[in-house]
Write a protein of this length. Structure first.
Length: 137
């Protein structure tokens, strides 16, 4: 086999593999039942820290019982149940306002311990956030 023909066959085989991989990605993305997330609205920053474990097991003013696995946000101004995207350390996580008992005023948010862990958030750090627009029912 000539070197040019062998090289051409290798290139065609590589293209076939790329095409197959792209087809699989499209199938997975368009699969019925695949998770889809609402688009973010706005782009803001705020100081955030973990709310710690002081309220675990208690029912918040929002009516949520805080558990170790609760992925939530504490903010005295935003309405209970509002969904926000929080971005920090390369993580982009959708969370819900679950409490309005913010401790102190040196920051804009507190996040539940589970959310802080998923974000890799330690201490008070600046995070990016956006909200999810309400959908018409």
């Amino acid at each position: 086999m000539r070197p040019l023909v062998a090289q051409r066959q290798l290139v065609l085989a590589g293209l076939a593999i790329l095409a197959a991989g792209g087809s699989l990605a499209i199938i997975v993305r368009d699969r019925p039942g695949a998770a889809s997330f609402p688009p973010p609205v706005g782009s803001y920053t705020a100081l955030a820290r973990s709310s710690g474990t002081r309220f675990l097991g208690q029912t918040t003013p929002c009516g949520v019982v805080l558990r170790r696995r609760t992925i939530g946000i504490v903010n005295p101004v935003l309405p209970c149940g509002m969904r926000l995207y929080v971005v920090y350390g390369g993580q982009h996580i959708l969370a819900t306002v679950v409490d309005q008992r913010l401790q102190g005023n040196a920051h804009g948010f507190e996040v539940t311990p589970a959310l802080a862990q998923r974000l890799g958030l330690h201490g008070i750090k600046r995070v990016r956030w956006s909200y999810v627009a309400a959908t018409a029912s």
